[in-house]
Design a protein around this ligand. Structure first.
Ligand SMILES: O=C(O)COP(=O)(O)O
Ligand SMILES: [Mg+2]
Length: 228
């Protein structure tokens, strides 16, 4: 009998409503009913994907902070620390800039291995300061992330796959940005939604016609029950 393939799904740009913000509620039932593991791999801080799994009603298999935090359902792994990114933030502030999320921002409050900066802040000084500290800045289309170059979503996915016995060759990934390239490379079949950036589109096996959750829902229709 043919089965559902394991899934790796990004959040922002991929599970979002067609206008770009907020989870599209149409993804809840197909994800809850999916008969294979669903890994949520995101640049968002750890509590966000955990809460998403909780509210959808699926096991918590989570790659957060672009691979900085990995949760297998049993163990949490941290593959970087926040110290260097925090030093970048302090230097960025000393130069007169801010994260752009407000004083009590929840975007960085629980972030353990990197710092996120609002897209309305200047990126060039951020890139320069990050480089001075040996870090990189990636633009996901939703935030600038100041991070160690080493952690990525794909390595985090591999950690989860080993732990819960997911066959990555049979796994399907959907994403929208540069931070999804490593998951695309780790799985057997990858899709970029139509709103994806050029880097993600170039890395994906296939670029979808549909944007955001419409793209992901189209993939779910196509791959449901498709593997041996
Ligand atoms: O946190 C971001 O900037 C993007 O998050 P995502 O990886 O779920 O798209
Ligand atoms: Mg995304």
């Amino acid at each position: 009998m043919r089965a559902d393939p394991p899934l790796v799904l990004d959040i922002d740009g991929t599970l979002t409503r067609p206008e770009g913000w907020g989870i599209d509620p149409r993804v809840f039932d197909p994800l809850r009913d999916w008969e294979a593991p669903v890994v949520i791999a995101t640049g968002k801080a750890f509590p966000y994907p955990v809460a998403l799994c909780h509210f959808v009603g699926i096991p918590e298999l989570v790659v957060a902070e672009n691979g900085g935090v990995v949760y297998t359902g049993d163990d949490v792994f941290f593959t970087a620390d926040r110290e260097a990114a925090q030093a970048v933030l302090e230097a960025y502030r000393a130069a007169g800039y801010e994260t752009g999320w407000g004083p009590e921002n929840t975007v960085n409050r629980w972030r353990e291995t990197e710092i996120a900066v609002n897209l309305d802040q200047p990126i060039e000084p951020l890139r320069e300061i990050a480089a001075d500290h040996g870090l990189e800045v990636i633009d996901t289309g939703y935030a600038y992330h100041v991070k160690d170059a080493a952690p990525n979503k794909g390595d985090g996915l591999e950690t989860i796959a080993e732990h819960v016995d997911i066959d990555l060759e049979r796994t399907v990934a959907v994403g929208d940005s540069i931070n999804d390239v490593s998951t695309f490379e780790a799985v057997g079949r990858s899709f970029a939604v139509a709103n994806a950036d050029e880097t993600a589109k170039a890395a994906a096996d296939e670029v979808l016609d549909e944007v955001h959750a419409d793209g992901t829902l189209a993939v779910l229709e196509r791959v449901r029950g498709s593997v041996d």
